[in-house]
Design a protein around this ligand. Structure first.
Ligand SMILES: [Zn+2]
Length: 97
């Protein structure tokens, strides 16, 4: 499934979106950095601390992964990071990528 920072919360299951939003609200996104190749890498605290990686082209989400054992394609940790990225002003500094 393809989605963007604007519409991922409309396309993903509502319960998953709610859990991701709650994670962000409780401060579970510990750190987020931009890697040398332009991806976003975050540490998210859950049962353990998981590594989430998001690749964006402009605001389209090209790839997303998480180190947690959740069997589905998208987990709540990724959703928390997507919400964080949506509101992050640093994204405006990288237009057109
Ligand atoms: Zn996860």
């Amino acid at each position: 499934m393809s989605f963007t920072l604007r519409d991922f919360d409309l396309l993903l299951p509502a319960d998953l979106v709610a859990r991701g939003r709650a994670l962000l609200a409780e401060g579970a996104v510990l750190e987020i950095v931009r890697t040398e190749d332009g991806d976003w890498q975050a540490s998210v605290k859950g049962t353990d601390v998981y590594n989430v990686r998001i690749a964006l082209t402009d605001r389209e989400i090209r790839a997303h992964q998480c180190s947690c054992p959740f069997p589905g394609e998208t987990c709540k940790h990724q959703v928390a990071v997507l919400f964080w990225l949506r509101r992050d002003s640093r994204l405006e500094a990288f237009p057109g990528e």
